[in-house]
Design a protein around this ligand. Structure first.
Ligand code: ADP
Length: 465
């Protein structure tokens, strides 16, 4: 089925019951992206903003806008009461959390449901299950999804040495509630283990208010491969193929592509099937992503994200499925009107995450955007909230634009990405566009073979010497 056919199918059949007004509990490009999906479906929107964000682009497109508090995230975008009050005042009947902020907070999802509103996301129990990586790993094992050899349970300074003997070195200590690459420590030898456990616990307590850590084998040359899924909450689930997100810095994705290139077809078919099975077993509702490390022809589950991901557009390009629209349809009780055989992969897509940061030091670079020009042409999509004169506040994430490029194959997608990166203009603030141009696209290794998760940092290290 072509993307056009899928699109018209999902947009012309707005059977009842359908949501009337959605509050978007987020900011930046994803708020604009969600507002766009709501418009497509004919649903009214409420935008929320902090006092630092009154000039956000999506506030011009929503039907109503309401301030939810001061600039500090904890007082606004992370303030459950403020967001619920905004929903009540505006008469919204559902809340879309986007990514980051409260999107994987089970308490938030519960509070929304207790207020008689619809949470556009999974059931709170699944957010909680997957939000703790130790319980996520054990759920995956039950569904036959392969996991990284590891402790499988929480560890402390008392049992770390014993557990490490079973795993071997190098190993990685990880925060059970971790996210954003925080609370991880790579340990090369036994002598360093206790200190690593304690410092990971401290970081985990500080960031996640939960000092639980666990350990697993540190894989030395894996790729990061992930699978996008959709479930209707009643046992029907499909996958939307895979993505490769191996180009990372500090365990954070820099560039993503779909499908993951050069995967052995058997292993790929097995892992896609395993993810669908896990969703069916859980009766998973909404969009989700299973993340794996892939090494020596084997997949190892590392975590599941129970929300829309930053990199979802590359999957939309190759499948023609509007993932945010599907989230809204499922949450509104319309089910999942797609079968696995409807999902046909077409071509290759690449996303460059463009951040307001110094390309050499990676320090954030907030400030006024004096010039913004989005590139165009066949297969080029730019998801961004920037405009000339917009002032990027210092208090939030540095992601300012996503350049997404689709082509009939990987070579075409790469050539188009290179051309789009030449054309894009963002002036007034520093960005990582030079990094994308120089390190990634000119790099002959990236162009010809799959890279592993450590390659980008190794290259950056060589360059800085
Ligand atoms: P977070 O939730 O903080 O993003 P993840 O568990 O998703 O943490 O891991 C993020 C990244 O950290 C992975 O993509 C990979 O680069 C690295 N990583 C995590 N676990 C391992 C491991 N066992 N071996 C090697 N690298 C790992």
């Amino acid at each position: 089925m072509s993307s056009q056919a899928l699109h018209s199918e999902t947009t012309t059949t707005l059977e009842k019951p359908f949501l009337r007004k959605i509050l978007i509990a987020n900011r930046g490009e994803i708020a604009l992206r969600i507002a766009r999906a709501c418009r497509t479906l004919g649903i009214k929107t409420v935008g929320v903003y902090s006092t630092a964000d009154s000039e956000l682009m999506h506030l011009r497109f929503v039907d109503e806008a309401i301030c939810i508090g001061p600039s500090a995230s904890k007082d606004s975008y992370l303030n459950v009461n403020a967001i619920l009050t905004a929903a009540e005042l505006t008469g919204a009947d559902a809340i879309h959390p986007g990514y980051g902020f409260l999107s994987e907070n089970a308490h938030f999802a519960e509070a929304i449901e207790n207020a008689g509103l619809v949470f556009i996301g999974p059931r709170p129990e699944h957010i909680r299950l997957m939000g703790n990586k130790v319980s996520a790993i054990s759920a995956m094992k039950k569904s036959g999804v392969p996991t990284v050899p590891g402790s499988n349970t929480a560890i402390t300074s008392d049992n770390a040495i014993d557990e490490s003997l079973k795993i071997g070195f190098p190993l990685i200590v990880k925060a059970a509630s971790g996210g954003g690459g925080r609370g991880m420590r790579i340990v090369l030898k036994s002598e360093d283990l206790i200190e690593a456990v304690q410092s990971a616990q401290n970081e985990a307590r500080m960031w996640f208010n939960d000092e639980t850590v666990y350990m697993e084998r540190f894989l030395q040359t894996p790729r990061h491969v992930e699978v996008q899924v959709l479930g209707d909450g009643a046992g029907h689930a499909i996958h939307l193929y895979d993505r490769d997100c191996s180009l990372q810095r500090r365990h954070q994705k820099v560039l993503e592509e779909a499908p993951a290139p050069n995967l052995p077809e058997n292993a790929r078919a097995d892992i896609l099937a395993a993810c669908v099975r896990a969703c069916q077993d859980m009766q998973y509702r909404g969009a989700g992503t299973f993340e794996f490390l892939f090494e020596n022809n084997q997949y190892f589950f590392i975590e599941m994200n129970t929300r829309v991901q930053v990199e979802h557009p590359v999957t939309e390009c190759i499948t023609g499925v509007d993932i945010v629209e599907q989230q809204i349809r499922i949450a509104s009780g319309l089910g999942l009107n797609l079968q696995q055989e409807d999902i046909v992969e077409r071509g290759h897509a690449i996303e460059c995450r463009i951040n307001a940061e110094d390309p050499k030091t990676f320090a954030p670079s907030p400030g006024k955007v004096t010039q913004f020009h989005a590139p165009g042409g066949a297969g080029v999509r730019v998801d961004s909230h920037l405009y000339n004169g917009y002032v990027i506040p210092h208090c939030y994430d540095s992601l300012i634009a996503k350049l997404i490029v689709h082509g009939k194959d990987r070579a075409t997608a790469l050539a188009r990405t290179r051309q789009a990166l030449d054309e894009i203009i963002i002036e007034g603030v520093k960005t990582n566009i030079p990094l994308h141009r120089d390190v990634i696209l000119v790099d002959h290794v990236f162009n010809h073979q799959a890279v592993d998760i450590h390659d980008l940092e190794k290259r950056l290290l060589v360059e800085s010497v």
